[in-house]
Design a protein around this ligand. Structure first.
Ligand SMILES: N[C@@H](CCC(=O)N[C@@H](CS)C(=O)NCC(=O)O)C(=O)O
Length: 261
């Protein structure tokens, strides 16, 4: 049974939603817990990390990847028709797509956070806001496409296939990586490295939502590109993220960020 609390007209406490008006005045709150529909080793780790930083209560519903195809289970389509993770539910709301989820969480729960986590957005019209917006879109609109392609073309030759096809598959996949994917990753990586050499965080000198959105792509880049491992600013940035207690708590609750090869 969900507990109920009477908050007498104060701001919504974190994790509680206004339920009904109390006859004696004030408001009655019921705990409508945010649920993160978390696919094992996936982008939804960034949502867990944000919730930990904000200090908002939530629960995790874990979905295991198909061990053969590594795809999400069909069950996730019952939560949202796209069947991808992350998806969150908050009361009657179902929200998909990492960027939309991160923005929703900060807009609705950000003011309940403490310290630097209370200021994860940038002021309107500032250069910081432009940067924040750029990295929010770049992460999923550009960089992740190349990183997913890299994973796909690394994985194809390891899949079951007739023995005489495997050398052809291997050669073809290597060519695609060398001619198309790796040069694009290299360009992105050099751009990120140069940016992080000049700034501590993606939108400037303080942590913002852009860092949550970019965190998964940076992990994937470091794991899928040998050249990225040689980038000192990128490595130092990742170490800074991993040192944050909230990031560690998210890892403990959600498991590793990436699938093992
Ligand atoms: N742009 C989307 C991508 C969502 C996405 O593709 N998620 C992956 C996990 S990293 C997924 O659900 N994959 C399982 C599948 O495609 O079956 C977002 O950022 O939310």
């Amino acid at each position: 049974m969900c507990p109920v609390v009477n908050c007498g007209g104060e701001a919504d406490p974190p994790g509680w939603k206004k339920h009904q008006r109390a006859p004696t005045g004030g408001s009655v709150y019921a705990c409508v817990m945010i649920t993160v529909h978390h696919l094992q080793a996936s982008r939804s780790q960034r949502v867990l990390w944000l919730l930990e930083e904000l200090g908002v209560p939530y629960q995790i519903k874990l979905y295991k990847r198909d061990p053969r195809t590594r795809l999400a289970p069909e069950e996730l389509k019952k939560v949202h028709p796209l069947g991808k993770s992350p998806v969150i539910t908050d009361g009657d709301l179902v929200i998909a797509e990492s960027g939309a989820i991160l923005e929703y969480l900060v807009e609705h729960y950000g003011d309940q956070a403490q310290g630097e986590s209370a200021h994860l957005l940038a002021s309107s019209g500032t250069p910081e806001q432009l940067q924040l917006r750029f990295w929010m879109h770049f992460a999923e609109g550009s960089l992740m496409n190349w990183l997913v392609m890299k994973l796909v073309f690394m994985t194809i030759p390891t899949q079951p296939m007739p023995f005489f096809v495997r050398p052809i598959a291997r050669r073809l996949c290597k060519q695609v990586q060398r001619k198309l994917i790796d040069p694009n990753l290299q360009t992105s990586m050099a751009f990120i490295e140069s940016h992080l050499t000049q700034h501590s965080w993606f939108a400037g000198e303080r942590i913002t939502l852009a860092d949550f959105q970019m965190s998964f792509a940076v992990s994937a880049l470091l794991s899928r590109s040998d050249a990225a491992k040689q980038c000192p600013a990128l490595a130092a940035y990742m170490a800074r993220l991993e040192a944050r207690p909230a990031y560690q708590r998210a890892l403990l609750k959600g498991g590793p960020v990436l699938m093992s090869a």
